[in-house]
Ligand binder design. Sequence first.
Ligand SMILES: [Zn+2]
Ligand SMILES: [Zn+2]
Length: 643
Amino acid sequence: MIIRMVGLLLVSVLSLAVTGCRETVSTAPEGQTLSPSAKLETVQMLLEDIEAPRHSADGGGRAWLDPAPELNVVGGRNHFSIHYEAGPEGVAEGGAVYFMPSPFWGWSPPQTRDPEASGFCRVSTEAEGIDLEVVGAGGQLLVATVTGRAMEPGERLLIEYGAGPAGVVVDRFAEHGERLWIAVDGDGDGVRKVLIDSPGVDIMAGAPARLHLALPGVVRPGETVGLTIAVVDALGNAGPPFEGEIVLECDVPLADLPTGAPLQADDLGRTRVEFTAPEAGVVRIRAQVGETMSAQSNPMRVAADGPRVFWADLHGHSGFSDGTGTPEDYFSYARDIAGLDIAALTDHDHWGVVFLDRSPEMWGAIGEQVEAFHEPGRFVTLLGYEWTSWLHGHRHVLYFDDEGEIFSSIDPRYDTPPELWQALRGLNVLTIAHHTAGGPIATNWDYEPDPELEPVTEVVSVHGSSEAEDSPQVIYSPVQGNFARDALERGYRLGFVGSGDSHDGHPGLAHLASGIGGVAGIMAEELTRESILEAIRRRRVFATNGPRILLQMAVDGRPMGSTVEPDSDGAMVFIGVSGTAPIERVDLVRSGTVVASSPGQGGLEVKLTLHLEDLAHGEFVYARVIQDDGGTAWSSPVFFQGP
Ligand SMILES: [Zn+2]
Ligand SMILES: [Zn+2]
């Protein structure tokens, strides 16, 4: 159910400044087609919000917590005392102070009706002559309107959130600096502005409940490789209180793999052990903690030649838009918990409480973390953002250099895909369309993806699969004819990646809490930005819905992503799979249809060869692997096209 909530909550998260509503746009701007699920009224709302005049008293004053709240554990109960002090211009009579805890992940909605129920709020002031009219304004919003007289500079009010015996329930995902937002309408015209430095609280993980092991994808014989070991809570939150011995074992003899990894309390439930890769074969490592937790790693293939495979999550959100936690939390989770090789944080350009395209400070802070975590050969980070167009569909923008600009989807200069691509042309940058078949908004495929800037598409994420109607876990609100397979049938040459689109602060492991997520396998030579960019441009990528299934696919020896000239003898397709669970079946999709479906015989490994006949120009083939546990992987297509 979390999956659906992401989409629904997206629409309710805005800190809208406008109370009144003008007539909404109901048609496409002239000469443009739109996404089949375009949200014109959302765009209208955003534009009105930008235009709404902010009085200099709006957003004035400061807020803080006192006393400091007790430790917050995910899903636990607590209470908060938030003090607000009016700024130099005070708050006019008829003005208001707004309070909004995060609309995400289960914070009790603030309310004033039932003192016994959770989320009960009491708002008071010692300033004589001021009467506060306090109402829940729907959703997570509480409004305290100042009546009687104006609030003078320096006068205070107190918001007790969780004033009743039930307190409030805090959110279910661990993070640092979760904001309890305060906004102020200082002049009383109904337009408010948020306090950028609204007080924040830390949310700690719950009890240790699961173990996660991550190995690299494909490595060379004899090289040193790292096993990332993490103990997380039931929803995948990092850093539960844990001390103990993790026992390691492997079927393949690994001379220097330690038999165990002791974890101390200050290891925060994570460690990394190194060992030497054997000469050949597929390695899976198992781990056990007493009787309580066990896990098996993803498969790691040792091969003397052929491309390496690096694991990436190229799309996700932090508390800087509508996700969870800080950018530092995000990259630390990607590297040290999920054990990814590559991660990009792609917060929304103009969606959330404070907008990234209006906040050079936030964009700078993301850049600093991207730089701090970037370590070629070990962990590659990318600077990025999400071009969150409610007219044409969402695309994330990934920079492969240290710096990049935000070309906002709400800026009339960049609000169509061709305008975005025009702005990006010539840079080391990629765009990736996502949740293309539905979800919060489907892609407008009338614009052909720019062949240089958009060589791949995201077929799966926490929102579901956009691959095809016959895919497992199809995205919610699907639009018929708008799947990735339909885009290929239009003649677009797109490779396939999966990404988390995580909002829970768990890049690489979004599927733990949501039942579906996404990662990308990237077939590159080196773990550097240059090599990764080159691999994606050549579509040497494959997608999974979370589990790190290794997938190979080649046509007449040419790897996935290639363009091959059709030949009258037909072609041989090779598919190789190393699964994370027993493989149920391997499908071969040729142009619009599944043309072969081979049972997996219940094993973790599959190798098969299929012959294709009567190939014509414009056809494409790709492989889809489905495991018993729902884990699914998609190869990029091979395209048949003459010179
Ligand atoms: Zn999106
Ligand atoms: Zn997103």
